[in-house]
Design a protein around this ligand. Structure first.
Ligand SMILES: [Zn+2]
Length: 589
């Protein structure tokens, strides 16, 4: 016998009414009849934004709001409208949005959370509106993603308890000033499940029409080393020596005419539906774009020295320009060949390593887009570094006809954290200064420092990446708004994340910041020596040790604040302190 049959019919009739009256004052979340697809996460619609909102409102207030379709909205007095509802379209009328813009607007007891939608109907703003509303209305913060494999869940998100939800009085529109805000997390290294965890923290996205170029020749060794050994770089003795251990570290000979012919043939084959396997690494050709970049690790000695190529190499020039003429002469010829067969296509490439300095001789055709790759932005507090890097960006902008759509910047922030030292590297004011100075040339940023996960390394190294969390958080805020108040953000970060130890942790970050930003390392300095004698001499080490001890003592045992202080102390500070105590030649190993 079912329970239902025991309940009097009259009560069954009354129950829905009782239910409705109990919750009559709670707002409902309204989704469109046909929810638009979101730009992120892949495969989701604005329904995902509604679920995200409901989950966090419940976590903060204990109240689980109903999500109902727009057709049933009529009978509810307080409503939150998500995404492409007819209600939003009717009430917002003529609004024209910036790319990825978010909107939060009250109309009496109705609250609209929506955003920009592309011409193809892809919603790029609503999820940002939901994040922004949760931050402002309930004080929720996503400071870093919760990665249960690395630390206990719940450490990176702060959800204060709250009694109510304010629907009235909102009128906010915001859009990201940088149109590309991407990095390792948001590119192709991490699966969508991990990207979802980071998205509220980083608010990554791009309204640019093409991807970043990356090293495209990684499978050429497998494809051609037997049939076409002449495609590959020769050393000064005219010989090709293959790297059989690391096949993706073999380099092509840009002077060999067969290489260019093969590339054009490969595009034609891809268009015909029979592309050679991984002939462009992670970046196959698209309708309007072809990607190219030499493989990673191509230093001057590994660059082709055949009788054709050597004429364009400049071994005696400063490193930044040693291969610029050779590389961009090849890029010019490749772009011209593309232009003849596919005038709708542009060639997207990198200015990297010893070819990052703009070429002086080779012309840059109009169908070339460049990503300038710098690994020195965070050292640009030294005036020589600043002048060199910003002059290259200025010159690239000029060569690309001052068209910001054709120039991007890749901040390849891998040293010293990845190679030399576990020094806390924290430079938010320098980052903001750089952004503001270079925005006129490019508003598109790809940042390896946005990859705090360092996927290619082992678990211990991934934990090391925890040291980059506060910088990554501030970076993402600055990419959205280069005028953001860094000190207010850091104040909010430390107060909310560390509770009673907030002031002490704020002081630690103030020192980290000062030791990086106020100490400008000479470009030719021995970095490990500089770190341990100038940036962090013993008295500073002792001072920070004492501050961490104080922060621990200010938090209750087993509290979330204690766990957060210990997370950063154990994974950021303790390894660096151990390094500081090592003999100089052991450091960084
Ligand atoms: Zn060559």
């Amino acid at each position: 016998m079912s329970i239902k049959s025991k309940i009097p019919i009259a009560l069954l009739i009354l129950l829905p009414a009782l239910w409705a009256s109990l919750f009559a004052t709670e707002p409902v979340i309204i989704t469109p009849e046909r929810p638009s697809a979101l730009a992120f996460p892949p495969g989701e619609t604005v329904r995902y934004a509604a679920e995200f909102l409901r989950f966090h409102i419940e976590a903060a207030t204990g109240k689980k709001l109903e999500i109902i379709p727009e057709s049933e909205a009529e009978r509810h007095p307080a409503r939150i409208w998500i995404g492409n509802t007819r209600f939003a379209a009717k009430n917002l009328k003529e609004i024209s949005f910036h790319p990825e813009e978010l909107l939060i607007r009250s109309l009496g007891n109705d609250l609209i959370l929506c955003g920009e939608t592309t011409a193809d109907g892809l919603d790029r703003g609503t999820l940002f509106a939901v994040y922004e509303y949760l931050e402002r209305a309930l004080g929720i913060r996503w400071f870093f993603a919760d990665i249960p494999q690395l630390y206990p869940n719940g450490l990176g998100t702060e959800i204060p308890e709250s009694n109510g939800l304010k629907l009235t009085g909102w009128d906010i529109r915001e859009f990201p000033r940088c149109r590309q805000r991407e990095g390792g997390i948001s590119y192709y290294y991490e699966p969508a499940a991990v990207q979802k965890l980071w998205h509220p923290v980083l608010r990554f996205g791009s309204s640019r029409p093409h991807r970043n170029a990356n090293h495209t020749q990684i499978n050429w060794y497998n494809l051609y080393h037997q049939t076409h050994p002449e495609y590959f770089a020769k050393n000064a003795a005219g010989k090709t020596v293959f790297n059989t251990r690391l096949p993706h570290r073999n380099y092509i000979c840009p002077g060999e005419t067969g290489v260019l012919a093969q590339m054009i043939q490969n595009i034609a084959d891809a268009d015909a539906g029979k592309p050679p396997e991984k002939a462009w690494g992670p970046c196959p050709p698209e309708k309007n774009y072809v990607y190219f970049a030499f493989n990673d690790g191509m230093t001057l000695p590994k660059t082709c020295h055949c009788s054709t190529c050597i004429r364009l190499l400049r071994p005696d020039a400063p490193e930044a320009g040693q291969a610029s003429e050779l590389v961009f002469d090849f890029i010019r010829r490749y772009a011209e060949a593309i232009q003849i067969r596919w005038p709708e296509r542009s060639l997207v490439t990198l200015a990297f390593h010893h070819y990052r300095k703009p070429p002086e001789k080779s012309a840059i055709p109009d169908n070339v887009n460049v990503t300038y790759v710098s690994k020195y932005m965070h050292y640009a507090n030294h005036p020589d570094r600043w002048d060199e890097e910003t002059s290259y960006i200025r010159e690239w902008s000029r060569l690309l006809k001052n068209d910001p759509d054709r120039l991007r910047i890749w901040l390849n922030i891998v040293a010293p954290a990845q190679y030399t030292s576990q020094v806390p590297l924290f430079y938010p004011h320098l980052f903001r200064k750089w952004l503001r100075a270079n925005l006129q040339y490019s508003d598109s940023y790809f940042i390896n420092g946005l990859n705090p996960y360092l996927k290619r390394l082992n678990a211990a190294a991934r934990r090391k990446a925890i040291a980059t969390y506060p910088m990554v958080y501030l970076q993402s805020r600055l990419l959205w708004n280069p005028d953001a108040d860094i000190d207010a953000l850091l104040e909010d970060y430390t107060r909310k994340l560390y509770g009673p130890a907030g002031k002490t942790m704020r002081e630690i970050y103030r020192i980290f910041c000062e030791r990086w930003e106020k100490f400008a390392m000479q470009p030719d300095a021995d970095e490990a020596g500089y770190i341990h004698s100038v940036r962090y001499p013993p008295d500073i080490i002792a001072q920070i040790n004492a501050l961490f001890a104080q922060a621990v003592s200010e938090t209750e045992e087993d509290s979330v604040y204690r766990r957060r202080v210990e997370l950063f102390r154990n994974h950021q500070w303790v390894p660096f302190m151990a390094e500081a105590g090592q003999p100089p030649d052991e450091r960084g190993k």
